[in-house]
Design a protein around this ligand. Structure first.
Ligand code: 6PG
Length: 465
């Protein structure tokens, strides 16, 4: 076992075990550890070598060691780091491969550095199948630690169509987890947009689930095609083995969340980046879980039925414009972080690493990659000619879909937030003049004039003309 082709893996749940097998298949020696008996048994059954405890894991690895944590984000990561750092030696590297908050990764990196240990924050996307056969890996690490882990990630990462492995180094330890968090924020938005289009097709256009699956399938080769659309089609086509009826009809309409979508929304708010599609996707999950819904639904009448103006096939354009908005907003959050903090970068590497292996993989990534390859300093993705042309091809359909939804009383928060965002960004003049003037009226906050430079204040006495 050479140190550079050996990895220790803590946490042998589904993701950890799948990654361990992926490493093993790629010629990387793996020594695993998990405190839970069922996980240990499953790993042993899969033929993985196991250590009895953390001390045994560290003792069983050739120094300088590299240990990957695949434990739930939060206190479990700190507990594992505490335990391991008692046994590790200076020069060893610990990678957190979970969905951790970047601020935690920053704190953990500083703590480990004080003990001479290196911390790597790695966002790993692709679910169980990705972990087993090739995930996308978003890495945050100091250069020396990165050089250590790069060959290991290179071995297991997914390959894009052009053969490039889907890992990228985005800067210091917290950078990888920030990129993964925003990846998840976009993931929430795509899922919400698909759900809204499904709802509009069903309640607005009266389509059966099978017809919606056929409609979605007809989009799979186009710009909206990708892993999440395919997942939606599978779900729509699945039948309940007991009743033979569509399984989706039995699923409670309450969407759960583990936090990364919310972190993306908070990041947007903290950095002052407008990202309403991403925010609404999180809020829609929260709204689905509001307990008073059933009671409130009995109190508020549904609007009188008026048929939709758009055709079901036009929903593809509405979806496309929303997906472009979601990606543009996520990339804008990361661009603002780069401006404020110096990472994550380089910009083109972000969409490039999402091309294969991860949940976002889809046809839209290729034109986004091309946009940043044409202009690595592109300040806003939709300024690119190719992306703008795609957006404009769907914008009128988005407007029709949102209007149809409003008339039918079908909530489409991601679609309508995207439209409002696009209308706001493309408005030569916004009503922010009134907001700014009112701020000055009651708070003397001052305002700028459009006819001369400087800062002004008025008492806004409001005399009738
Ligand atoms: C991935 C996924 C994965 C998971 C998220 C979101 O990239 O493989 O993003 O990490 O889907 O944890 O989970 P929630 O929907 O539960 O927040």
């Amino acid at each position: 076992m050479t140190a550079s082709r050996t990895i220790g893996l803590v946490g042998l749940g589904t993701m950890g075990r799948s990654l361990a097998l992926n490493f093993r298949d790629r010629g990387v020696a793996v020594l695993g550890y998990d405190p839970g008996e069922p996980a240990r048994r499953a790993a042993a059954d899969a033929g993985l070598a196991l250590a009895a405890d953390p001390a045994g894991l560290v003792a069983g690895l050739p120094p300088p060691r590299c240990i990957l944590l695949m434990v739930p984000a939060g206190p479990a990561v700190d507990a594992a780091l505490d335990e391991l750092s008692r046994h590790l030696a200076p020069g060893d590297v610990v990678i957190d491969g979970g969905n951790s908050h970047w601020r935690d990764s920053e704190r953990r990196a500083a703590r480990l550095a004080a003990a001479g240990l290196a911390f790597v924050g790695a966002g790993i996307s692709g679910g169980e199948e990705g972990a087993r056969f090739g995930p996308a890996i978003m890495i945050g690490a100091e250069p020396e630690a990165f050089a250590r882990v790069q060959p290991l990630f290179e071995a297991v990462a997914a390959r894009a169509e052009d053969g490039t492995p889907c890992w990228a180094h985005f800067g210091p330890p917290p950078a990888g987890h920030l990129v993964k968090t925003v990846h998840n924020g976009i993931e929430y938005a795509i899922m919400q947009a698909l759900a809204e289009v499904y709802d509009l097709a069903r309640r607005g256009h009266g389509l059966e689930l099978k017809a919606i699956a056929d409609l979605f399938e007809s989009w799979q080769e186009g710009p909206c095609g990708g892993f999440l659309l395919e997942t939606g089609i599978r779900v729509l086509r699945t039948r309940d083995p007991e009743t033979g009826r569509p399984l989706l009809g039995f699923v409670r309409d309450r969407a759960e969340q583990k936090g990364t979508g919310g972190w993306t929304a908070i990041e947007a708010l903290e950095l002052g980046v407008p990202a309403p599609t991403l925010v609404e996707a999180v809020q829609a999950r929260s709204l689905s879980a509001v307990a008073v819904r059933a009671e409130f639904a009995r109190l508020v009448p549904r609007p009188a039925a008026t048929g939709p103006v758009g055709r079901p096939e036009d929903l593809e354009g509405a979806l496309l414009a929303t997906l472009l908005a979601a990606h543009a907003q996520g990339l804008a959050i990361l661009a603002e972080s780069r401006r404020a903090r110096g990472w994550p970068g380089p910009p083109a590497a972000i969409p490039r690493v999402w091309r294969a292996g991860c949940i976002l993989r889809g046809n839209l990534l290729a034109p986004i990659v091309r946009a940043f390859e044409r202009d690595p300093e592109l300040p806003f993705s939709l300024l690119d000619d190719e992306l703008l042309a795609l957006l404009l091809s769907g914008l009128a359909d988005l407007r029709t879909a949102v209007a149809d939804a409003a008339r039918a009383g079908v909530p489409v928060p991601a679609l309508s937030a995207s439209l409002a965002w696009l209308d706001g960004l493309s408005s030569p003049r916004l009503p922010a003049d009134l907001v700014q003037a009112m701020r000055d009226r009651f708070g003397a906050h001052g305002f700028e004039r459009i006819d001369r430079p400087g800062r002004f204040h008025d008492l806004w006495r409001g005399a009738r003309a």
